[in-house]
Design a protein around this ligand. Structure first.
Ligand code: PLP
Length: 412
């Protein structure tokens, strides 16, 4: 239980959050989101609805490619396309040369994970809520390179236990790899506290910020991470097929990418290549420039609204969802952690998650599911079924949420 001072602080934070959330011009934002006219979309954790400016940026570049040719379009738009790196860097407090653009978060993450030198016997330290794609890569490298996977237990709230992490640090820890916000619910792991431990013990720290990007503020200096991966299509509202990788400057020259080509490592003499000095050494030559233009537009759109206001509104809407859902005794809310974000996970005693999603879709409400195989350690520890995932974004209205919960209660 927080004490009086704690409660006052909480109250002040909430008031600040509400004030910031109300800075959002919901009417304008909704008018700029064409997908909202087709129903109630509560799936920002899957792929959020793109704003019109993102669609326009993609389509405009595709038209230009059709009109003057793909290479010519990239040349003509080299300036604005180059600005996308600045937009990504600015949003996360990084430098432009620390950013590589990718087709998704998994490629970004794997580019580091598979290339990072780890000695046989080294430990990969991770959390219970780690994402499946990352964990299967741990298993593969563990088998191939004789590594060990060390899962830090969660604390009473369900978040990674920072004290336990600190206690298991040692010479043999080769990497800390953490999922900040898991795919299966509202948990926000203590990414910055983990960063302080990584710094203290000089252990490389790879942060999966896939579900955090676009719903909460990201500052790589505060987080203390060395590498960060994220996707464009979720809370950032970018097009599908986009993502990025952040590589802290100090690591840029430290190891070679697993795969190189003539872009990442120009062939400078018959017997020699010269790796690029920036994070784009993890990219290859060919790219979806239209999607990149859309990704840049998504970052600029989010920054024009303000990530503080976005975060406050997403949290307020999520709190509304959880409050309403908790009024029905047939609903089991599965969100853990003290600092909860915009992903709400629940199951119903009477109807399976897949059936709920199907029936809700037929009624015009888009929800999703998360299966135990997406976060197996956490799901098995908590004996979770496939859960319904509801993820409102700042463009959703309070009325949409009420209508969705009303419809859900009719079904169960
Ligand atoms: C926590 C987390 N990490 C990584 C990913 C993978 O992202 P992508 O599909 O863009 O590779 C996801 C996708 O759902 C995710 O939820």
């Amino acid at each position: 239980m927080p004490d009086k001072a704690g409660l006052t602080l909480e109250w002040k934070r909430m008031k600040r959050g509400l004030a910031m959330a109300s800075e959002i011009d919901l009417k304008r934002i909704r008018a700029e989101t064409p997908g909202l006219k087709n129903g109630v979309h509560l799936m920002a954790s899957g792929a959020a609805l793109m704003p019109q400016c993102v669609v326009d940026a993609v389509v405009k570049h595709i038209h230009l490619e059709a009109e003057i040719g793909g290479y010519e379009a990239a040349d003509q738009q080299a300036g604005p396309l180059g600005q996308v790196y600045n937009s990504v860097a600015r949003h996360i407090g990084a430098k432009r040369h620390e950013i590589a653009l990718m087709e998704d978060a998994t490629h970004a993450w794997c580019n580091i994970f598979y290339a990072l030198p780890l000695k046989p016997g080294a430990r990969i330290v991770t959390c219970e809520a780690e994402y499946a794609a990352n964990y299967v890569a741990f298993l593969q490298r563990a088998k191939r390179d004789d590594l060990r996977i060390d899962v830090v237990p969660s604390d009473a709230s369900g978040a990674l236990d920072v004290a336990s992490l600190e206690a298991r640090m040692g010479e043999d820890v080769g990497l800390i790899a953490l999922t900040w916000v898991p795919t299966n619910g509202g948990l926000v792991n203590p990414a910055a506290e983990v960063g302080r431990i990584a710094r203290k013990h000089a252990v490389p720290y790879l942060l999966d910020a896939c579900q955090a990007l676009g719903q909460m503020r990201i500052d790589v200096t505060e987080l203390g991470c060395d590498f960060l991966s994220a996707t464009g299509r979720k809370f950032m509202r970018g097009p599908r097929g986009t993502g990025f990788l952040y590589v802290r400057e100090a690591w840029l020259d430290a190891f070679e990418p697993l795969m190189i080509d003539l872009f990442s490592a120009p062939w400078v003499a018959t017997d020699r290549y010269a790796l690029r000095r920036d994070a784009r050494r993890f990219e290859t030559w060919e790219n979806a420039y239209a999607l990149r233009a859309g990704l840049g537009a998504a970052f600029d759109y989010a920054d024009a609204i303000g990530i503080g206001a976005i975060e406050a509104r997403v949290k307020a809407l999520a709190a509304q969802c959880r409050g309403l859902l908790s009024e029905n005794h047939k609903i089991r809310l599965h969100d853990i952690g003290t600092d909860q974000c915009g992903i709400i996970s629940f199951s119903a005693d009477t109807v399976e998650a897949d059936e709920i999603v199907q029936k809700m879709a037929a009624a015009g409400f888009v929800l999703g599911t998360s299966t135990p195989a997406s976060t197996r350690i956490d799901a098995e520890r908590r004996n979770l079924p496939t859960v319904v995932r509801m993820a409102p974004h700042y463009y959703n209205s309070e009325d949409e949420i009420k209508a969705c919960v009303r419809q859900l209660f009719r079904l169960i």
